[in-house]
Design a protein around this ligand. Structure first.
Ligand SMILES: NC(=O)c1ccc[n+]([C@@H]2O[C@H](COP(=O)([O-])OP(=O)(O)OC[C@H]3O[C@@H](n4cnc5c(N)ncnc54)[C@H](OP(=O)(O)O)[C@@H]3O)[C@@H](O)[C@H]2O)c1
Length: 250
């Protein structure tokens, strides 16, 4: 992909899950600015999704689609892809971005928490890829999973989140082999980009102290990595750390 030369009727289509706000919204806006049609998926944040799409539509009418769906529900991945197939009949890029992030200390965690975290962060990306397979194959598409540096260097009290993200790294590599050469599959592992409400001020300082570049990453840092992977036809099965060097810290 290069400049936004496509018209809305034949432009490639990207689905970014959990994209009404924060990282997902920035990725959607970046791909839209490059001429793509975009699917904004959300669960609870309907107003944010509506506002994001209204802004994008004002620059290119007919270039967005909003799809609601709870990814903890096993039926949702197929429904999302069917909505895209019905509306546009095409999908070029699937970005699994939606995720749950909260602590689950071993002594207190429940089977329900295990199931919900794994269903949203790991099962849903797999079955979205399955449902999207015919559409992605038809376009020689791209699949990008947003993982986390915590997949390789786990965060205490977040074992279920870390395990689910580690599973998504494994899925990335396995599907890259299974779907080559038609579809490339890669992952991006952000370090600290936007603080979560789960991260205390003391935790924030500790994280920055272990980040060689000494600062938070930006939304642009992640969107730039997405664009790089989309433009890199000889890269598949890789995990790109976008973490200010945190993954090489002792
Ligand atoms: N923020 C960071 O610094 C950072 C660092 C490392 C990795 N990451 C990864 O980067 C990605 C984006 O991060 P973020 O901080 O922007 O994420 P976030 O705000 O915590 O979550 C993104 C979206 O996920 C959606 N979501 C959660 N549960 C869902 C469910 N059951 N069904 C459907 N959607 C659901 C939510 O949609 P609704 O609001 O519509 O419910 C939410 O807006 C995530 O995969 C995260 O693990 C982020």
């Amino acid at each position: 992909m290069s400049s936004p030369t496509h018209t809305a009727v034949d432009a490639p289509v990207a689905l970014v899950t959990g994209s009404s706000q924060r990282l997902g919204a920035h990725i959607v806006s970046t791909l839209h600015a490059r001429g793509m049609r975009v699917v904004v998926h959300y669960r609870q944040s309907a107003e944010a999704a509506r506002a994001l799409c209204a802004g994008l539509e004002s620059t290119r009418p007919g270039s967005t689609l909003q799809v609601e769906g709870d990814l903890a529900d096993a039926a949702t991945p197929a429904k999302i892809i069917e909505a895209i197939r019905t509306h546009w009949g095409r999908l070029d890029v699937l970005i699994n971005n939606a995720a749950l992030f909260h602590p689950t200390p071993l002594a207190e965690s429940t089977v329900e928490q295990w199931d919900e975290m794994n269903n949203v962060n790991l099962r849903a990306p797999y079955f979205l890829a399955q449902a999207a397979l015919p559409l992605l194959q038809a376009q020689g598409g791209n699949l990008i999973n947003i993982v986390d540096v915590y997949a390789e260097r786990p965060k205490p009290r977040f074992a279920i989140y870390c395990a689910a993200k580690a599973g998504l790294v494994g899925l990335t590599r396995a599907l890259a082999r299974e779907l080559a050469p038609a579809i490339r599959v890669n992952a991006i592992a952000p370090g600290a980009i936007l603080w979560s409400t789960e991260t205390s001020g003391a935790d924030q300082q500790a994280i920055l102290a272990k980040t060689p570049l000494g600062r938070l990453g930006s939304l642009e840092d992640i969107s730039r990595a997405v664009c790089y992977l989309l433009d890199a036809p000889y890269i598949t099965g890789q995990v790109m750390n976008v973490d200010g060097g945190r993954s090489i810290f002792d």
